[in-house]
Structures are given as C-alpha cells and as structure tokens.
Design a protein around this ligand. Structure first.
Ligand code: HEM
Length: 347
C-alpha cells in the first residue's frame, strides 16, 4: 500500500538558502534563538522517548490520516495562477488531523486542532511533496523567534502562564498573545471535517506573499457525540464511513504590506482588504482510515512548511524557526524509533 516512497536524505536546505527573501526582515539575534529552541525541543523529545516510543513534540495526537484528492480549479483569475495553482490538475494527497498540545489528552480539553495536507507528485519540490500545515484559528499566539524561546522555556517548566505574564511588570504582559491562546482553546469542535483552518503564517506567492485557509464544504455532519475521550476521531470515522467530505482551499494575497506584516503572525490580515479566493477543491472520499497499518504509516509521516516548491517558500520568523525544528524533530523521532524517514509518493 505505501511501498512507493521517496527517501528524505536529500538535503532539505539547498533549495532555500539561509538568506531571507526581500519580503523578510531577520532580527540580528534570530540564529541564536533558533538554536536555543531546537536544543530545548530535541531534549524534550529524547526525554519523553525514555518512557516508550518517540513522538512529535507538538501535535502528537492524530485523529487520523486520510486519502484525498486536491484539484486545482479550472480557469482561475490570472493573479492567483501561481505556483501549485498555475496548472489545472489533480494531486493525490494525505491529510493528517491532530490536536496541538504536546500531551495526548481527552478531546474535550480546549486545544488547537491541526490539519496538515501533503500533495504528492510535485516535481519542482525537492521532497517531491507540497505540504500545507494549518490550525483552526487565523492567527498564531507567538510573534517571533525571541518570544518563542520564552514560550518554550515556560512550556518546559509546565507553566505556560509565565510566558504571558513573565513578572509583576504589566508592561511585559503579553495580553494580545494571551487573548489569542484563549480564543484557540475556547473553540468548540465536534468533528475535524466540519471546520475552517488557516496557515496563520505567510508564504511566498510568486513575487508577493499569501496566507492560505481551507473551509469545509461538506453538509454539516450529523455526528456530534462528545462523550468519549477520542470523539474527534470517532465523529470523523462515522462521517467517512457514510460518504465523502470536502474542503475549499483558498489563498489571501498580501495587498497592503503595512497592515499585513510578514514578521508577525499574531496579526490577522483583513479579509476586507483582501478576501480569501478559492483556488482548489479537496475531496476526501468515503473510506476506512483507522487500520493499525495506516495508523503506523500516519505516525511516521513528516509534515513541514518547508516541503514546498520555491514559489511558496515559507516567510517570516516563526516559519524560519520551523525550518530547523520540524526537520530535527522528525529526524530524531525516526532515529529513536528505528524507522526510515520517507516522503510518500502514493496511496
Ligand atoms: C516556532 C513555532 C513552532 C514550532 C517550534 C512548532 C513545532 C512543531 C513540531 C516540533 C511539530 C512536530 C513535527 C514532526 O515531528 O514531524 C509540529 C507539528 C505541527 N505544527 Fe507546529 N510549530 C510551530 C508553529 C506552528 C504554527 C504557526 C502552526 C500553524 C499553522 C503549526 C501547526 C502545526 C501542525 C498542524 C503540526 C502537525 C503536523 C502533522 O500532522 O504532522 N505549528 N510543530
């Protein structure tokens, strides 16, 4: 089933030199902050693995990995015929749904919900895949690498409040970030196939930048039971047992650079200034996705914003952090589990 694979040993960094694009502004101390973050996260993965298998440091709980078709729409307006959306064609895709917390916990606990899409057969990407990684909120709650160091420290001490309220000085409170984190935790989700997801961080779109989002286009699902600890997986399973699901994939172009920052994903880009434009349709056919073989395959996948074609290069400080973090965590967890790291090429 998953035999056609592409080895990940290809250097991930060669297509995108460390140099920032002309849209980015890299703070002087960012390299040191990224090293600190990578060190803390790698240590956390290795420590956790002492109690069993190694897992993702974030989003370890999967609701399931499903097979999908990603169809670029026909006759798109010229301004969005860029990169993946230049050619009217279908891509086979894997999609992984997840909870954000580093702890595997009951789905009733407030949390970010993740949706990570992997298109296959993308020849102009070094990994031959194009990943779109999203959560169910339009903005992220950390603005840059330096702040992420503080967030990761607070997380390591199991005291995330310390990140938002680092002392008694109110000028150092991160109230805007606290509001975002609370909004994310407060969202009620009963079925991962029913909702909207956003990239939160910006990406290249030819000469300009975009954010992207996917919104469910399925009829509202009748499966809303929330009593079991894994109700998100169960409701998804019930829906796909009965029929297909669908999502619209949309891009939002950066029309007003001053109001649409590249370096701060805590700022929402106004939909009034630039509405999301549908550019592809995702179809998830009726299927059974919960077999042990598919679960193991799902666990061993690696999604990263840096699995991409050059036209959709990840932008901004948070994405620059993710470049080394996702690659390191994926490498370490595969090594510790004695698994080979591969990009899938089909179903
Ligand atoms: C500096 C900021 C961030 C750090 C350090 C970070 C860290 C991580 C790590 C370590 C993983 C697991 C990677 C693996 O083992 O394969 C991961 C997965 C994930 N992250 Fe992030 N992340 C960051 C920002 C974000 C943002 C802004 C989003 C929102 C779009 C996001 C959404 C996700 C999702 C959905 C997954 C699960 C991917 C999958 O299904 O495998 N992360 N993150």
């Amino acid at each position: 089933m998953f035999s056609k694979v592409f080895p990940l040993s290809v250097a991930l960094f060669s297509t995108f030199p460390a140099l920032a694009s002309s849209l980015e502004e890299v703070p002087a101390n960012e390299g040191g902050a990224i090293q600190q973050i990578v060190r803390m996260i790698e240590e956390s993965v290795r420590t956790e693995a002492k109690n069993g298998a190694a897992h993702r440091d974030a989003h370890p709980k999967a609701h399931g990995c499903v097979r999908a078709k990603f169809s670029v729409l026909h006759k798109l307006p010229k301004e969005v015929r860029v990169g993946i959306f230049e050619e009217f064609r279908d891509y086979p895709a894997w999609i992984r749904y997840s909870n954000g917390s580093g702890k595997v916990q009951d789905d009733s606990v407030g949390d970010a919900r993740g949706m990570a899409i992997k298109l296959m057969g993308v020849e102009s990407s070094e990994s031959v895949t194009q990943d779109f990684v999203m959560i169910n909120h339009p903005v992220f709650f950390v603005c840059n690498a330096a702040d992420y160091v503080e967030f990761q420290k607070a997380l390591s001490e199991d005291n995330i409040f310390k990140f938002f309220f680092p002392g008694l000085n109110p000028f150092r409170f991160r109230l805007h970030e606290f509001g975002i984190a609370n909004a994310i935790k407060g969202k009620e989700v009963t079925n991962p196939l029913d909702i909207q997801y956003w990239s939160t961080t910006p990406y290249g779109f030819g000469d300009t930048a975009m954010k992207f989002s996917v919104r469910s286009c399925s009829a509202p699902s009748p499966f809303g039971e929330t009593s079991s600890p894994n109700f998100l997986r169960e409701n998804m399973w019930k829906q796909l047992d009965q029929g297909d699901a669908c999502f619209d994939f949309m891009v939002q172009l950066r029309k007003r650079p001053m109001e649409m920052p590249i370096e701060d994903p805590t700022v929402e880009w106004s939909e009034e200034d630039s509405p999301f434009i549908p550019v592809a349709r995702i179809t998830i056919p009726r299927q059974e996705f919960a077999s042990p073989k598919q679960e193991a395959f799902c666990e061993n996948l690696s999604f990263s914003p840096w699995h991409t074609i050059p036209e959709h290069r990840p932008l901004g400080g948070i994405n620059r952090v993710r470049k080394t973090v996702y690659d390191t965590v994926s490498r370490v967890r595969h090594e510790l589990n004695g698994e080979q790291r591969r990009e899938p090429t089909g179903f």
